[in-house]
Design a protein around this ligand. Structure first.
Ligand SMILES: [Mg+2]
Length: 377
């Protein structure tokens, strides 16, 4: 186990042990952040605009608010189209990183997967080449709009041919109907799939696919992604027995502690994934993966490779299929040439003000809003 890296602006205090009850990790301590003067806070915030190496989710740039706090930097980067209610969880995660820090790590490195987008099979070797050597797991995008299962199979076959030993998982991003998913996974199962991520929409859809495959004797485990992070109730999928594992992301779930709690309550294995974060946001994902009691699958935290520039000179990028458990590196963030203009800064800080108001106690619930600690559990 390596020592936790230094965080900026103050040393990380992540050596607090996770209290254990019945051998399982309980909630981390200090689950409350102090009352905040938001305007003072925002004066210190930095808003950056990062170029991507590829088009992703239809965009080629990624904007983020970086917030310094006593425990380090937090990141607030909900996608532009998200409404305030959805973005509020991302703000909560940002405040957690800045004001509470993270639970103690239980491991020193995190295996991560390579990702193959919905490209033609002949492009697969080049895509995999971008991830260097020692790829242990590959996530292959399937069910792309405008493509059929033939294209999916050709792509998966190309990955299997290039990496006979790697674990291969497919991610449909809920792009199939239940029937399409069952038939496609029956076909793709011959490539020895590690699991299929969100093959169909909704908890009911996942349940139906999983049951049908089970009936047919097709052993492809089902992972829930959108049904966890986009759901009103992230535990519904586990209660329904609709998945074999869950994909968890720190920001949409409102922070590392909340994500840990979801995994614990779900009682299912978890894969930690990122949301095209800067190294600041990625370090929260790394902290979550490092503090899970069990980590049976490679994580989707290798997305730092998709940023043409990052906010640190020591970006969290995978090497030999793994990420070291560390923060975004010592010293100050390196944001020269990345800071947005005044208009974009104003847009982002207004967004923060709106979502911050959603976290505060409602009127009539006690002291003036902002005068008591934010509800944190
Ligand atoms: Mg997914």
């Amino acid at each position: 186990m390596t020592e936790p890296a230094q965080r900026d602006p103050e040393p990380i205090e992540s050596t607090r042990p996770i209290p254990r009850e019945n051998g399982r990790p309980g909630p981390a301590p200090d689950g409350e952040i102090p009352a905040l003067d938001l305007e003072q806070l925002l004066e210190k915030a930095i808003v950056v605009d990062l170029p991507l190496t590829v088009r992703f989710r239809g965009v080629t740039r990624r904007e983020a608010v970086l917030l310094p706090g006593p425990r380090g930097w937090g990141e607030f980067a909900p996608f532009l189209e998200y409404d305030d209610a959805e973005a509020a969880a991302w703000w909560r995660a940002c405040l957690e990183a800045a004001y509470l820090g993270f639970p103690a790590p239980l491991r020193s490195e995190i295996p991560v997967n390579a990702t193959v987008p919905a490209v033609a099979p002949e492009r697969v070797p080049a895509v995999l080449g971008g991830y260097g050597e020692d790829i242990v797991a590959v996530k292959v995008k399937v069910a792309e709009r405008g493509q059929g299962v033939e294209e999916d199979e050709a792509r998966v076959a190309a990955v299997r041919a290039a990496l006979p030993e790697a674990r291969i998982r497919v991610d449909a991003n809920q792009g199939w109907t239940v029937d399409q998913a069952v038939s496609a996974l029956r076909r793709l199962s011959r490539y020895d799939l590690e699991y299929a991520e969100q093959p169909a929409p909704g908890v009911d859809g996942l349940y139906a696919v999983r049951e049908a495959l089970h009936r047919d004797g097709v052993t492809v485990p089902i992972a829930a992604d959108e049904s966890v992070r986009k759901a009103e109730d992230p535990l519904a999928v586990a209660r329904a027995g609709a998945a074999d594992l869950i994909v968890v992301k720190v920001a949409p779930l409102g922070g590392v502690r909340r994500a840990l709690s979801v995994v614990e309550q779900a009682g299912l294995p978890a894969v930690v994934s990122s949301a095209l974060d800067t190294s600041v946001g990625l370090s929260a994902g790394v902290a979550l993966a490092a503090s899970l009691p069990e980590l049976p699958y490679a994580c989707g935290l290798g997305t730092g490779a998709l940023l043409a520039r990052d906010v640190t000179e020591a970006p969290l990028k995978p090497e030999h299929g793994k990420l070291p458990v560390r923060d975004y590196g010592p010293g100050s963030l390196e944001v020269r040439g990345l800071v947005v203009d005044d208009a974009r800064r104003t847009w982002w800080l207004d967004r923060v003000r709106r979502v911050h108001a959603l976290l505060e106690p409602g009127p009539g619930s006690g002291p003036e809003p902002g005068q008591q600690p934010l509800e944190w559990r």
